[in-house]
Design a protein around this ligand. Structure first.
Ligand SMILES: Nc1nc2c(ncn2[C@@H]2O[C@H](COP(=O)(O)OP(=O)(O)OP(=O)(O)O)[C@@H](O)[C@H]2O)c(=O)[nH]1
Ligand SMILES: [Mg+2]
Length: 382
């Protein structure tokens, strides 16, 4: 017999209603009398896809009961909808665990579904939609999920080999959205870096709109990487504030500088902050040379400028103190991360797996290898 499993479908935390999906457990729930339907029929005899109100919990006088709605969605599955507070779901999951039904992640159950919409691609779309935190990303994902992405992939998969050079452009167009596609379910990482005391933590706070990081007038204040999540124009961004980059004998500060460098290495965008009221020292100049593609911010624009030819002319003047230039900085960050936004109806690759197969298909056209092209485009649709 297949082991039963249960997963919470709704996000953690309070909500009006919480939903659980339980698999391979209908008979066990009946045997253990965990659910009593108002129509007094066992769960196994409730019609599919019909909601069935009832009480959860054995009526043995020792336990309280919970009003829920059950709905069998297939021969092997039942959805349980209960009060949205954490107590009700905890209690149901505990009761199920007691009779041997282990809890699992919802993604594991979705992955098992037999429906065609739940191909690997379908699962990836559902996972991305569940993980996304902003409306812009959700809109793009819903567009993909409406059949747009599958349609585009099917066109690629069924193309006449004679017309392969025509689809090469379509394939390249799709792959141009790779960076955006891979950031629909996870935020872009933007790292604020620069010499000590230039106002990195102040800028993090100004961009987030609240005092996340400690600001102090002494260099070497920030030691660890301090992160904060925000959305800029509906796109999810994780901002990281880092220790001021300098050579130091202080071991704790040096450890902070190491962490900062590690974070910089994996950033989608480095915002290099300098203080325009002070001349740059050698270390600050070396940083500018080390990060030629960084977005350079000249902070403390409320103070008199120091004459310094090393601050690039393109540096954005900002004052974290007065807020001047902060909105322009947010725009500049977005401009770097998303120089183009997809129009509705644009197909976007939404997973690393898809990107890999699309690249294989591109390579196959290049190599004039039809079997490899067919294998790659079929793999996209799996
Ligand atoms: N006048 C002025 N002062 C600022 C501005 N931004 C930050 N400061 C001040 O500069 C000092 C250092 O600010 P922080 O934000 O802690 O600087 P930091 O770059 O994070 O410093 P470390 O963590 O030590 O590397 C504080 O006294 C801030 O109030 C600004 O735009 N204008
Ligand atoms: Mg700091």
């Amino acid at each position: 017999m297949t082991a039963g499993r249960a997963a919470l479908l709704t996000p953690a935390g309070r909500g009006a209603i919480a939903s659980l999906l339980v698999e391979h457990a209908v008979n066990l729930i009946d045997q253990q009398q965990l659910f009593t339907a108002v129509n007094n029929q066992p769960l196994a005899q409730q019609p599919l896809n019909r909601i069935c109100p009832g009480l959860w919990g054995r009526k043995d006088g020792r336990h309280s009961t919970e009003q829920i709605v059950a709905c069998r969605t297939s021969e092997t599955r039942v959805e349980l909808h209960c009060h949205g507070g954490p107590a009700a779901t905890r209690r149901i999951l505990e009761d199920l665990a007691e009779v041997g039904i282990d809890r699992c992640e919802w993604t594991e159950l979705v992955g098992l579904a037999e429906e065609p919409s739940h191909s690997q691609l379908g699962v990836e779309l559902d996972q991305a939609l569940a993980a996304t935190t902003t409306w812009q990303a959700a809109a793009v994902l819903l567009d993909q999920r409406s059949g747009l992405l599958v349609g585009a992939l099917q066109r690629l998969a069924t193309v006449d080999w004679e017309a392969r050079h025509q689809v090469a452009g379509e394939l390249a167009g799709l792959l141009e959205w790779t960076d955006l596609g891979l950031h629909l379910a996870r935020p872009w990482s933007v790292v604020l870096a620069g010499p000590p005391n230039v106002g990195k933590s102040s800028l993090l706070n100004a961009l987030l709109g609240y005092g996340r990081a400690i600001v102090w007038d002494q260099p070497g204040t920030t030691r660890d990487v301090v992160t904060g999540s925000t959305a800029l124009d509906g796109w999810a961004i994780q901002l990281s504030d880092t220790a001021g980059l300098r050579t130091t004998r202080d071991q704790l500060e040096a450890a902070g500088v190491d962490h900062a460098r590690q974070r910089l290495a994996t950033a989608d965008l480095v915002v290099l902050v300098v203080d325009r009221s002070n001349r740059l020292d050698d270390q600050a100049r070396a940083l500018l040379a080390e990060h030629p593609s960084a977005l350079v911010v000249a902070n403390k624009s409320d103070l008199d400028d120091a004459v310094d030819q090393f601050i690039p002319e393109t540096a954005l003047p900002v004052s974290a103190l007065t807020g001047e230039g902060v909105a322009e900085l947010a725009d500049a960050i977005l401009e770097r991360l998303l120089p183009r936004r997809p129009e509705p109806g644009t197909a976007v690759p939404i997973s690393a797996r898809l990107v890999k197969h699309l690249q294989q298909a591109e390579e196959a056209i290049h190599e004039d290898d039809e079997p490899a092209y067919r294998a790659a485009t079929d793999a996209c649709l799996r």
